[in-house]
Design a protein around this ligand. Structure first.
Ligand SMILES: *Cc1c(COP(=O)(O)O)cnc(C)c1O
Length: 352
């Protein structure tokens, strides 16, 4: 059954009313044609990058559309997921009035973006097994809570949220549900992309920064209903995805065999590390992972973090996060890096 929701009631009034900037290239999309382009004050001498990039990234979206089996009109691209998430805040959350719901421990950017945009946060801790606490969330949100952020697989806990729990939230939360799927290509769970048409309040974000190996080009992807994408399109900077990023993204998205092989290798390496870590006495707990990193509980995270740095290994100390006492987050590297990590860990004093 389709959930009923009026998106236009969730949008900020100024965004609803605004007329977007119309760029010179909006009217003449086919830049490859034989027009004489004298409309954008560009330098006429061709060096491959002298023209502004396609503001709607049509070629790149066509590739994504084919790959994900979703209409181009349901895709918005950003300069990393960070920009996509910021656009969602700016479209739907009225500064100093609205709030968003966050489920710590989770990705730190949601709170930073809330603070940047002067949006209150309502925080509801995950349960002990790192699942959303549906009852507590529905109790905590108020009428002006516009967004609920679900990160699945979740950073830093590494697990995915149960589909039934997510579905319950999609059906009962009155605002938009943003599911951050940065790690979905490592996951055994199905993407929520396949359910977009069922839930008009669903926004799914993905990125080329992790499994696709392109953190350097900054490409984040937002999938939602055409209605939501149209609103985000109104406020996005016209040329937010540069030409080099568009070209590199297209070639990597078509490079499926290699990307799939890398994902497979990373997952095999994760299992290898896991086996080795089980023998190390100061590691008290290794949380199940559905992503390309592991969350471990050690005897003293600050001390072990510093000891690893002294051995030239940089991990992430997450011990200040709620429910993450003495936890370190370790990214799965390549085989050589992982061997180095394991040797370093095994050479640390077994107890402090
Ligand atoms: C790494 C990560 C991202 C990626 O952000 P980009 O801006 O696309 O690089 C998004 N969400 C989560 C939870 C992440 O861990």
């Amino acid at each position: 059954m389709k959930t009923m929701i009026d998106i236009s009631k969730l949008v900020r009034p100024n965004v609803m009313a605004l007329k977007p900037y119309s760029s010179a290239r909006d009217d003449f999309k086919n830049i490859d044609s034989d027009y004489v382009f004298l409309d954008a004050n560009e330098n006429p001498f061709n060096n491959g990058l002298n023209r502004y990039p396609d503001p709607q990234q049509n070629k790149l979206k066509a590739v994504l559309s084919g790959l994900k089996q979703i209409s181009k009109e349901q895709i918005l691209l950003g300069n990393g997921s960070d920009e996509v998430l910021d656009l969602i805040f700016r479209a739907f959350c009225e500064p100093n009035e609205d709030s968003v719901a966050l489920l710590p421990p989770t990705y730190g950017m949601y709170e930073v973006l809330a603070n940047v945009n002067a949006i209150k946060t309502i925080k509801v801790l995950l349960t002990e097994d790192f699942q959303p606490n549906v009852k507590a969330i529905l109790n905590a949100v108020v009428k002006t809570t516009k967004l609920l952020f679900l990160c699945s697989p979740n950073n830093p806990t590494a697990n995915s949220f149960n589909a039934s729990v997510v579905e319950e939230l999609l059906q009962s939360f009155h605002g938009l549900v943003v599911i951050d799927e940065a790690y979905i290509d490592f996951s055994t769970q199905e993407s929520w992309l396949n359910r977009l048409d069922e839930f008009p309040n669903l926004i799914v974000t993905q990125t080329l920064s992790k499994a696709f190996g392109l953190a350097g080009i900054r490409l984040g992807i937002c999938y939602a209903s055409k209605e939501i994408i149209d609103i985000l399109n109104k406020i996005k900077p016209p040329y937010n995805i540069n030409e080099l990023t568009q070209q590199k993204a297209i070639s990597q998205l078509q490079n499926t065999t290699e990307v799939q092989q890398e994902i497979k290798t990373i997952l095999e390496q994760r299992e290898l590390i896991l086996k080795e870590l089980k023998d190390i006495s100061f590691i008290q707990k290794i949380y199940p992972s559905d992503a390309n990193f592991l969350l471990l509980q050690v005897d003293d995270a600050n001390e072990r973090y510093a000891q690893l740095i002294a051995k030239d290994v940089v991990v992430r100390n997450r011990s200040k996060e709620p429910l993450c006492d003495n936890c370190l987050r370790i990214t799965v590297g390549n085989s050589k890096e992982n061997q180095y990590l394991i040797r370093a860990l095994k050479n640390l004093k077994p107890s402090l």
